[in-house]
Design a protein around this ligand. Structure first.
Ligand code: HEM
Length: 263
């Protein structure tokens, strides 16, 4: 019984409709992850405590973390493999002569920069985003090259990593390119999943534009962030986060909050 399902799945993946379906589905899932991830990261602007609590709570729930990571990496792997297959297939078939722009499957006007449109540059923007994610996961998850913050609290880690000039450049460019990739990708995902409606497709396109702006500006803003937080009374916890070398605080509330200062 298992074999027909497996061969059906493999055949479906070989068809271009099947490939697009998986690319669209995994793309939508990755966009959902971006929303959750951006929401969590915005806590950096609230206070060191808020961000540390969030990061610790996430890591404490091991079963949830493993499930989320497996789903995330499966989605990444599926998206990448099918993107590679689609690009190599398109190159081999080459139905359109060099120099002739391909017509987007998402109807309507598209942003155009020197003849380059988001949909004609999906492979290159995708490759740049991949590079950005590899650097990012090496930084934050595996802390490669960041031995000085090995035992630091999550807020301190973010502050130190995002304070480095090379990372500011990589994270800013990465976030902007991610925005361009998603601006076409999100609208295209709905088309690939078979959702095409004269009334709703323009709305989906506009929503995708707003979404991609939020992603680019939201993630890009962390590259410009200097470690400031905005919650009243968060100053003392944040000042601990600026000095990892002075022995980082591993307990939940390092200091009682200071009363709000009046100018
Ligand atoms: C620029 C602001 C960002 C900050 C401050 C940030 C922060 C973090 C942190 C703290 C982690 C957790 C590491 C751990 O498990 O200990 C993480 C993981 C991750 N981030 Fe980000 N992130 C940012 C942007 C992004 C963007 C734009 C993407 C996607 C394009 C992304 C994709 C990921 C992925 C795939 C993981 C690994 C998840 C896992 O394996 O648990 N991040 N990030």
């Amino acid at each position: 019984m298992k074999e027909p399902i497996l061969s059906w799945l493999l055949n479906a993946l070989k068809s271009s409709v099947g490939k697009k379906f998986v690319m669209g589905g995994t793309g939508l899932f990755l966009c959902f992850f971006l929303v959750v991830h951006l929401g969590g990261n915005l806590l950096l602007y609230v206070s060191a405590d808020a961000y540390n609590h969030y990061a610790h709570a996430l890591h404490a729930n091991v079963a949830f973390l493993i499930l989320a990571e497996v789903l995330l990496y499966l989605a990444f792997a599926g998206h990448l493999l099918l993107a590679y297959a689609t690009v190599t297939e398109n190159l081999a078939a080459r139905p359109i002569a060099y120099g002739h722009p391909r017509k987007s499957k998402v109807p309507g006007r598209v942003a155009n920069f020197a003849g380059l449109t988001p949909d004609s540059t999906m492979a290159i923007t995708g490759a740049i985003v991949l590079f950005f994610i590899i650097v990012h996961v090496a930084d934050f998850k595996f802390e490669i090259g960041w031995s000085e913050i090995e035992k630091a609290e999550p807020f301190t880690k973010a502050k130190v990593i995002l304070g480095s000039m090379s990372r500011k450049v990589i994270y800013l460019i990465g976030s902007l390119v991610l925005g361009v990739h998603v601006s076409h990708g999100l609208a295209s995902a709905f088309q690939s999943l078979g959702f095409n409606h004269p009334k709703y497709t323009p709305i989906i396109k506009k929503t995708a534009m707003v979404f991609s702006l939020v992603v680019a500006v939201g993630f890009g803003s962390f590259a410009a962030w200097g470690g400031r937080t905005f919650a009243a009374g968060a100053a003392s916890a944040d000042s601990a986060a600026t000095a990892p070398e002075s022995g980082d605080h591993t307990h939940e509330h390092p200091h009682p909050p200071e009363p709000a200062k009046t100018p």
